[in-house]
Write a protein that binds this ligand. Structure first.
Ligand SMILES: *Cc1c(COP(=O)(O)O)cnc(C)c1O
Length: 394
C-alpha cells in the first residue's frame, strides 16, 4: 500500500508579509539552511551576516546581548546559559596553566568554588583577598597574576569593595579587572566607566527579574578578549536557550522601573527594620551605620540597591518563626525577583563553610538577606513587622 499522507516534513515557507511583528520573534531553530557553499563560506568568513547553528549563536541571544550592552555601555557582549557560564567563560577562556587569579573573598559561592577547586585542577593558581582593603588585594598579586574578579557589593554582608583602589591597582600592575555586576546592576554602577576590563552578570537575577529564566552575560572592553571568551563559550556549549533569552528580553524592558522601585522600597524598609524591636542590626550600604558607608556614598551616590541584610535575636528557632510568620514573603535562595524574597545564609548559601567561618563573617542563625521587590511599601512594612513580631515573641 502506498502511503498517501502528505509530506509534512518538507517544511512550509514562513508566510510573506509586508508588515513586521512588533514583538521580537522567538526563534528556536537549531540550524539555519544556507543558499550555497559560497554564501556559507562567506558567512563563516564574516563577510555575509547569518546564523548557522544555535550553539554558535542565535538571534534571541543577540537581541538580548545588545540590550545589556546598551545598559553597560559595552560592545559585543555575549549571553550565556547562566551567570556561572559567564564566570566560567571568563576564567577558562582567558587563563592558562601557570597563570594566577585573585578573587574577592566573599564572591558568589559557586565562583568561590571555581577559584578553590576547579582552576587549580587546570594549573591556574588562585588567592582570595578582602576587596574592601586595597592593600590586601595588592599583597595577593603576583608577577603571574592574570586577572582579578570582584563583586562591588558582597553577598550577604553587603560590604562595598574599594573599586577605585582596585581599578588603579590593576591598571598599574597590568592585571585584568573582571567585575561581576549582578548585585549592583548597570543602574547602580557601570564598571566600564570605572576601569573594569570585563563585566559579568547573572541575568537570571535583577535584569530578567521574574525568576523564570537562567542566563548570564559577559563583555570585555578589548575585542581580542571578547573573541577568546566567545570562542571558549561556543566550544564548551555555554549557549543560552532562545526561549530564556526571549523571556529575559521581555523582562528587561521594565528593568529600570523595577529597579528604581525596588531600591526605593529597600531604603525605606532598611530604616523600618532598624526601628523594630528584636532586630539587632541592619545592613544597607546607604545607612550611616553601614561599615562602608562613606565608600558606598562616594561610589554609589544615592544608588543603595535592592538588597538588605539584617540580624534578629534568638537563633535558629527565631529564624524558623520568622519565615513561618511571613507567608507572603517567599523564603527562597535567590534575588532580583519582582517580589520580595528572603534568604537565610546559615542554612543555604553559607551552610557548607561551617559555623566558625560564618561567625567570622557575622552570619549568625538570626541573619537574613532580603531581596526587596516592587510591592507597595505599606504591604512590605506590614509583612516584615508581623514576621519579626512572630520571631521575637515565639
Ligand atoms: C546568582 C549569581 C551568580 C550565578 O548566576 P546563575 O545565573 O545562577 O548561574 C553569579 N554571581 C552572582 C553575584 C550571583 O548572584
Amino acid at each position: 500500500m502506498t502511503d498517501t499522507t502528505p509530506n509534512l516534513v518538507r517544511r512550509i515557507p514562513w508566510p510573506e508579509t509586508a508588515s513586521r511583528p512588533m514583538g521580537t520573534p522567538l526563534q528556536p531553530s537549531v540550524v539555519y539552511a544556507a543558499e550555497s557553499p559560497d554564501t556559507l563560506d562567506a558567512q563563516y568568513g564574516g563577510t555575509l551576516p547569518g546564523y548557522t547553528y544555535a550553539r554558535e549563536g542565535h538571534p534571541n541571544a543577540d537581541v538580548l546581548a545588545t540590550m545589556i550592552d546598551r545598559l553597560e555601555g559595552a560592545e559585543g557582549g555575549l549571553v550565556t546559559g547562566s551567570g556561572m557560564a559567564a564566570v566560567a567563560a571568563v576564567l577558562l577562556g582567558l587563563c592558562r596553566a601557570g597563570d594566577h587569579v585573585v578573587g574577592a573573598d566573599q564572591l558568589y559561592g559557586r565562583s568561590l568554588r571555581m577559584m578553590r577547586s576547579d582552576l587549580p585542577r587546570f594549573g591556574v593558581t588562585t588567592s582570595l583577598a578582602d576587596p574592601t582593603d586595597v592593600c590586601a588585594m595588592a599583597d595577593a598579586l603576583r608577577p603571574e597574576t592574570r586577572l582579578v574578579l570582584v563583586e562591588v557589593v558582597s553577598n550577604p554582608t553587603l560590604r562595598v569593595a574599594d573599586m577605585a583602589g582596585i581599578a588603579r591597582l590593576c591598571r598599574e600592575r597590568g592585571v585584568l579587572l573582571a567585575v561581576d555586576n549582578t548585585f549592583t546592576t548597570p543602574r547602580g554602577w557601570r564598571p566600564f566607566e570605572h576601569g573594569a576590563d570585563i563585566v559579568i552578570h547573572s541575568v537570571t537575577k535583577l535584569l530578567a527579574g521574574h525568576s523564570d529564566a537562567t542566563l548570564g552575560y559577559v563583555s570585555a572592553r578589548d575585542p581580542a578578549l571578547r573573541d577568546a571568551i566567545r570562542l571558549f563559550a561556543v566550544t564548551a556549549g555555554l549557549t543560552p536557550s532562545p526561549f530564556d533569552c526571549w523571556l529575559a528580553e521581555r523582562g528587561l524592558y521594565t528593568f529600570p522601573l523595577r529597579y528604581d522601585r525596588a531600591e526605593a522600597n529597600a531604603a525605606r524598609l532598611a530604616d523600618c527594620l532598624a526601628g523594630l524591636r528584636g532586630v539587632r542590626r541592619v545592613l544597607y550600604p546607604l545607612r550611616p551605620d553601614h561599615p562602608d558607608h562613606n565608600r558606598a556614598a562616594a561610589l554609589l551616590g544615592q544608588r543603595g540597591g535592592n538588597m538588605i541584610s539584617f540580624e534578629i535575636e534568638g537563633g535558629r528557632e527565631a529564624a524558623n518563626r520568622l519565615t513561618r510568620g511571613a507567608p507572603g514573603l517567599a523564603f527562597a535562595p535567590t534575588l532580583g525577583d519582582v517580589a520580595t524574597t528572603l534568604s537565610h545564609p546559615a542554612s543555604s548559601s553559607h551552610r557548607e563553610i561551617g559555623a566558625e567561618a560564618r561567625a567570622a563573617l557575622g552570619i549568625s542563625e538570626g541573619f537574613f538577606r532580603v531581596s526587596v521587590g516592587v510591592e507597595e511599601f505599606d504591604l512590605l512594612r506590614e509583612d516584615f513587622t508581623a514576621a519579626i513580631a512572630a520571631a521575637t515573641t515565639g
